[in-house]
Ligand binder design. Structure first.
Ligand code: ATP
Ligand code: MG
Length: 551
């Protein structure tokens, strides 16, 4: 089988093709298993694209399963945001949404089964004591003094744990494997903890909660997952994953495969760290456009397609690495350059008065919505005696490299006339507050008859007919290439200039009812997306036209 895009198969695809060819499985079933303890970030996008992508490609199915075994950190707000993000990225989960908590009864019954098989016991050691008994990589651990409780006693104690008769942490259920096992994960791991806490899905029904390791493989088995794909930190957990499947009467035998996490430089990808940014108000919520969250990137104007393309470009391997954020920015620019409608918006307005243009005249200029794509149509721009151009596009004097408006020189106003500047008007402090200029007749779509050409092209809006807006310019949130590497405190490398707000920007009138599905390219300024959270007209800068970080 060859791939649609002729790329070599990654190692998971190879495994799947072999499993299908040998009839080990007839149809693949994957799952994406987020814990609802935060919003999804770019790293999760990789797992989503991989799991849902494999199912799509091989005619299988992918479940969305909330791994909700830690109720104290979880919340339905996160459940909702995750559903939203998966859909927005363009994927559909099979059937209903699943929750590990749907299986709490079955998991409990299987724990009873393990106790009855003399393979699990209630242990009263404190967490601290358990750690001591566990030993370390060089030294074997030793058995808990409670390992030899009778089956009856274990059953009775476990029932009391379930019924809320014990305080948090007073005891736990562990499986009997081997305290001298070279893999620390196999040294009698805890599978149930007491937590007298309300759960967002099951309310107050349970006082005990299963561990991730105990719940995950069994949930995979219940759902008929064939390929359980997770990140490399679970390699050492795989023997335990398999141990449960071998020792329980599960309905199926899934297999776990691990790939390397996606890390992006100038960024942090850990829900815990992202939550810290939210909780300390460094950013304005999980969906702040500077956040590497899916919701933040969406609000900023990154398209789902560009995120998928970026993920695709990073490959699926078993080697940890860090991807350059400019690789993400590159695909975003490519996508927007192709698909964004063009518009004009003056970020720092400077008034131009055209002394040879009648005060009450309005001409309609025609502007294409995309220079290379006629099917995107065109729009009308009112042209009037007073206009705004950007402050940076006028100088009283300048050298030849400056291809904008200069006294005595000409510049073309995009889609309109060529003008020539005559005089700069200043306030008492010497600031230029207005420029007097003239249009050159018959230059809309034509070169001047006198042969004196314009030096460059600048954007403009009518000073009479425009919309006032706010523009938020974002830059990278961290100015350290690896904000949390080597135990560094990422809070210390927050870029103080990651947000600047410009008010009183002047946009062309079509922006009064802005496009909300894709950002605009504001001519010569970059890509800008209507902020979904603001009632007023606010545009978030998605990205600049060029990479300004590249040296
Ligand atoms: P975090 O450290 O941000 O909390 P997590 O792994 O604890 O991440 P989960 O909700 O457990 O978050 O993750 C759901 C799935 O997404 C898991 O299968 C996990 O392996 C995968 N995942 C999480 N982070 C990344 C990443 N950076 N790259 C690839 N996959 C990831
Ligand atoms: Mg996790």
């Amino acid at each position: 089988m060859t791939t649609e895009n002729e790329k070599p198969l990654n190692f998971v695809e190879k495994i799947i093709e072999e499993d299908l060819a040998s009839n080990k499985v007839s149809k693949i079933h994957t799952r994406f298993p987020p814990e609802p303890n935060g919003y999804l970030h770019i790293g999760h996008a990789k797992s989503i694209c991989l799991n849902f992508g494999l199912a799509k490609r091989y005619g299988g199915e992918c479940n969305l399963r909330f791994d909700d075994t830690n109720p104290e950190k979880e919340d339905v707000e996160y459940v909702e945001s995750i559903k939203n993000d998966v859909k927005w990225l363009g994927f559909e989960w099979a059937g209903e949404i699943h929750f590990t908590s749907d299986y709490f009864q079955q998991l409990y019954d299987w724990a009873i089964y393990l106790i009855k098989q003399n393979k699990a016991y209630v242990c009263d050691l404190t967490q601290e004591e358990m750690r001591e008994y566990r030993g370390n990589l060089k030294e074997a651990g030793k058995d808990s003094p409670h390992k030899n409780r009778s089956i009856e006693e274990n059953l009775a104690l476990f029932e009391k744990m379930r019924d809320g008769e014990f305080a948090d942490g007073s005891c736990a259920l562990r499986v009997k494997i081997d305290m001298a096992h070279p893999n620390m994960q196999m040294r009698d791991p805890v599978i149930y903890r007491i937590k007298n806490i309300t759960h967002h899905q099951t309310g107050d029904k349970w006082h005990i909660y299963p561990s991730y390791d105990y719940a995950h493989g069994q949930s995979d088995a219940i759902e008929g997952i064939t390929h359980s794909v997770c990140t490399l930190e679970f390699v050492e957990h795989r023997p335990l994953y398999d141990w449960f499947l071998e020792n329980l009467p599960v309905p199926a035998t899934p297999h776990q495969y691990e790939f390397s996490r996606l890390n992006v430089n100038y960024s942090v990808t850990s829900k815990r760290k992202l939550k810290q940014l939210v909780d300390t108000n460094v950013v304005d919520g999980w969906d702040d456009p500077r956040m590497p969250t899916i919701s933040g990137m969406r609000r900023r104007g990154f398209t789902a397609k560009s995120i998928r393309d970026f993920i695709d470009s990073t490959g699926v391997t078993k080697v940890d690495g860090v991807v350059d954020v400019s690789q993400l920015e590159f695909v975003v620019r490519e996508d927007l350059n192709t698909h964004s409608p063009r518009a004009m918006c003056v970020l720092k307005p400077l008034k131009i008065t055209l002394t040879n243009y009648p005060e009450d005249k309005v001409e309609e200029m025609t502007a294409p919505n995309h220079p290379q794509n006629e099917t995107m149509g065109s729009r009308k721009l009112p042209f009037t005696q007073t206009l705004y151009i950007d402050e940076a596009d006028f100088r009283e004097e300048a050298n030849k490299k400056y291809k904008r408006l200069v006294i005595g020189k000409r510049v073309r106003l995009r889609n309109a006339y060529i003008i020539e500047a005559d005089e700069a008007i200043k306030d008492d402090a010497g600031n230029i507050i207005e420029v007097k200029a003239r249009i050159i007749e018959n230059t809309v779509g034509n070169n001047p008859e006198d042969g004196i050409k314009a030096k460059g092209v600048i954007h403009w809006v009518s000073a009479d007919k425009n919309v006032d807006c706010e523009v938020r310019i974002y830059d990278r949130l961290f100015n350290d290439i690896a904000p949390d590497a080597g135990g560094k405190d990422f809070m210390e490398s927050i870029n103080p200039e990651s947000l600047s707000v410009l008010q009183g920007c002047k946009g062309e009138i079509s922006l009064a009812t802005p496009n909300t599905d894709i950002p605009y390219q504001f001519e010569r300024e970059g890509y800008f997306f209507k902020d979904e959270k603001s009632d007023d007209l606010v545009f978030n800068r998605t990205i600049s036209l060029r990479d300004t970080w590249a040296k």
